[in-house]
Design a protein around this ligand. Structure first.
Ligand code: FES
Length: 239
């Protein structure tokens, strides 16, 4: 099979971006992870031609690039849908309905884990914990949070995506970028949207608020107290 190559202008832009990424690291090969996101921002997955370009740019073998690309689940080995819909089915989300949500969405779309709808709009993924357990069950669309989901809200969400409607995460950016757009951000090319929307929500902040209202602080370990600098003397509450 003849391997596809990039169009000259696309390759020139990729090479310029790769040099930009490499310049951020004292050791060039440390740049491989964002470079793989960059490849996904163009190809929608870690393509053979992208692997070859990364290998050449870092003077390493294609096998070394592939070894990294196959280790991390955010790197795709076949074209991803425009929107990656990840349903968390890890422990807390599972007991609160994550498995039912996954099954409902899978049945509705007619695809399973790591499969893409025929129109190319959605790739379904069974996700591990998103560190958002306080909003379980959680769905992530291109790594934006959709909290406290149900089977019916999840189906509404994927129907809206397939209809081309703009969907808004519960937290984070105001809208969800495409898989390729978000891949470019993950490569370190900011889209200027990092400060959009709310950050931590009420469920995350509740414990902190209760602690403050009650004047509770974390206990200081004896060894930490002995080594803390003079200008970090324990507060009245810590004594
Ligand atoms: S178990 Fe789903 S976010 Fe943690």
């Amino acid at each position: 099979m003849t391997e596809q190559i990039y169009a000259p202008d696309v390759e020139a832009n990729l090479r310029a971006d790769i040099e930009d990424i490499k310049s951020r690291y004292p050791q060039a090969r440390s740049a491989l992870l964002p470079m793989l996101h960059l490849v996904q921002s163009v190809d929608g997955y870690v393509s053979a031609r992208g692997v070859a370009l990364c290998a050449e740019a870092l003077d390493i073998t294609r096998a070394e690039v592939s070894a990294v690309a196959t280790f991390y689940s955010q790197y795709r080995r076949h074209p991803n849908g425009e929107y990656n819909v990840g349903v968390c089915t890890n422990a807390l989300c599972a007991v609160l309905g994550g498995d039912e949500i996954y099954e409902a969405v899978s049945d509705h779309l007619g695809v399973g884990h790591d499969e893409t709808t025929e129109d190319g709009s959605i790739t379904l993924e069974r996700l591990e914990c998103n560190a958002a357990c306080d909003y379980a069950p959680v769905i992530m669309v291109n790594w934006e949070f959709f909290d406290n989901q149900t089977p019916s809200s999840a189906i509404q969400l994927v129907d809206a995506i397939r209809a081309g409607e703009t969907v808004s995460p519960t937290r984070g950016a105001d809208t969800v970028g495409t898989f390729k757009e978000i891949s470019r951000v993950l490569a370190g090319f900011e889209d200027g949207r990092a400060d959009e929307g709310v950050g931590a929500g009420e469920a995350t902040l509740l414990g902190l608020r209760i602690a403050r209202e009650n004047g509770w602080t974390a206990p200081v370990r004896t060894e930490d107290a002995a080594t803390r600098p003079d200008d970090a003397a324990p507060s009245e509450e810590e004594k």
